[in-house]
Write a protein that binds this ligand. Structure first.
Ligand code: ASN
Ligand code: ZN
Length: 321
């Protein structure tokens, strides 16, 4: 079944075009006044040519096309989190226009950031529906742009899994912020609502319980590890970047839920400070964990409850930092 094979590629080794090797871009301003987004949504109408025809610009009325309007709203929700919570003007911190293309390809089972814009497929209709249906996925793709403009984490091995995890963290934050959910109320699922009802599963990934997002006869069981004991050594998917991201994802979940309140109050800023600080582009999990502890200390103080929650979380997932 072609659809099942494509779905497997998405779940285990997503492989749409990746951006050219990312070099660190000039340091973007850390704190700027929230302004307003500049969104453009285009329609590829089933082709794989980018960007396609413009269907909705900033301030335009809804188009009536679900995917185009979900993309527009999702870009707006992502912009709002970056501006209101982190004081960051768009992806690059300098008001970068936000571009997205919908209806990309035929039965295309993925969404991706190509280095310049977001791209969303409609899904095959058997395993996946349209990829704009999940706000955490829209936030995930845009966050690849933020990482590209900050830590520029190399998309391979542990730094690649951190790159993936940061996209999941910000994807979850966008969704929770937009819904006004506390860390305790949130689902901590990435890609909720993407599967058709023929699939036994709720989402692509779970940050709360990596490895439990789906368990389906055809797709198999969610293979993400939650701790270093189950770290996956593989050369597939740039060294299992979509699998091992479960470990730092779970660490973030543990910090956010230990602290209570909204995940964007303290846990989010600690992670944001970490990627916009002097993290090496080749950071390992240990280096990243140590950098989050340093960021927690800088923001909240040595031995603060935030600092202790961060240390405890990394220890729970099996890393000594
Ligand atoms: N949806 C995948 C991701 O953003 C596609 C990719 O870029 N590898 O990680
Ligand atoms: Zn990704």
């Amino acid at each position: 079944r072609a659809a099942t094979e494509a779905a497997h590629r998405t779940l285990l080794a997503p492989s749409p075009p990746r951006p050219a090797p990312r070099t660190a871009l000039p340091e973007s301003p850390r704190t700027v006044a929230p302004t307003s987004p500049d969104r453009t949504i285009s329609d590829a109408a089933g082709a794989e040519t980018l960007p396609g025809d413009v269907v909705r610009r900033e301030g335009d009325e809804p188009t009536g096309d679900l995917a185009a309007d979900e993309a527009y709203d999702g870009l707006g929700a992502t912009y709002a989190l970056l501006a209101e919570v982190f004081g960051r003007a768009s992806i690059d911190g300098a008001g970068l226009p936000l571009l997205a293309t919908v209806h990309y390809g035929q039965q295309y089972d993925n969404a991706f950031w190509d280095g310049e814009q977001m791209v969303f497929g409609d899904g095959d209709g058997q395993v996946f529906g349209r990829f704009t249906a999940s706000l955490s996925v829209i936030g995930h793709e845009l966050a690849h742009g933020v990482t590209q403009h900050t830590a520029a984490l190399v998309y391979e091995g542990q730094s690649g899994a951190l790159n993936e995890s940061i996209s999941d963290v910000f994807g979850a934050l966008v969704e929770q912020h937009s819904r006004g959910q506390s860390a305790a109320e949130a689902s901590w699922l990435i890609g909720e609502g993407l599967f058709t009802d023929q699939v036994e599963g709720s989402a692509l990934r779970s940050m709360k319980a990596p490895g439990t997002a789906y368990d389906d006869d055809v797709l198999g069981k969610d293979p993400q590890p939650a701790t270093m004991a189950d770290y996956v050594d593989t050369t597939d998917d740039n060294g299992g970047v979509h699998l091992n991201s479960g470990i730092p994802n779970h660490a973030f979940y543990l910090v956010a839920t230990a602290l209570g309140g909204h995940a964007w109050d303290a846990a989010g800023p600690i992670w944001y400070d970490t990627i916009s600080g002097d993290l090496p582009a080749t950071a390992t999990f240990e280096q990243f964990g140590a950098a989050t502890a340093a960021a927690a200390t800088a923001r909240f103080g040595d031995g603060s409850r935030e600092h202790r929650a961060v240390r405890e979380a990394w220890s729970t997932v099996g890393l000594s930092i």
